[in-house]
Design a protein around this ligand. Sequence first.
Ligand code: Z5A
Length: 213
Amino acid sequence: MQRGRFIVLEGGEGAGKSSNLQCLQQMLEARGLNVLRTREPGGTPLGEALRFILLDPVYEGMELKAELLLMFAMRAQHVTQVIRPALEAGTWVISDRFTSSSYAYQGGGRGLDNDAIAWLERFVQDDLRPDMTLLLDTPVDVGLARMRSRGEPEDRIEHEGRPFFERVRASFLAQVAAAPERFIVLDAAQPLEVVQAAMHAEVERFFAPLWLT
Ligand code: Z5A
């Protein structure tokens, strides 16, 4: 049996990850693939409990290294309990965020050392890396306006100001520049149907050799 593939959607606030994940799932299922949809922070009962802690404004002032370590504690459980077994069983895993978000938010946004993040990445994931990362890129103002138009209370990380989110975006783009073969960048400021059509075309192109086997 062929191993499944691991696709991650990344981006800043309001980039449209959730909206596009559903479309990606339908597209892969239409190819007859088994698809598991998941998210970070979250993905397991422990991960969802840690998500609650990570995003709860009551923990304003959380030590930055504590935030980073909780992200990787959540990920350790997610990788071992969900992602690796699914891939080994031939299931395709699509995730709303993964380790690129740790580089972007804890590295770029918070200013923590990327070498420490890289060490945690190796420690927690061994050789597991996404086969493909789709970066939904929007100007920060566009994403924040979308997020605020939902009228939901802001979580602990959403409380951050615009400079924080500019650093997050810059970090995502720097990750692409450092490893362009691992990323597809989509202009997520465009209307949703345009973004979805572009995503569809890119995923078809990226995995074209597989469809033939
Ligand atoms: N975090 C971290 O710091 N470190 C880590 O390692 C990880 C995560 C894994 C929670 O993530 C937080 O965790 C997040 C990063 C941090 N920080 N914050 N803040 P999350 O993914 O659960 O939360 P989020 O990024 O805030 O998600 P979101 O705001 O829900 O964004 P989204 O999923 O990308 O967007 P959406 O829900 O699909 O769309 C938002 C709205 O825009 C909605 O009304 C849509 O209808 C609309 N939309 C979407 N696309 C379009 C287009 N193209 N045109 C017009 N309108 C659109």
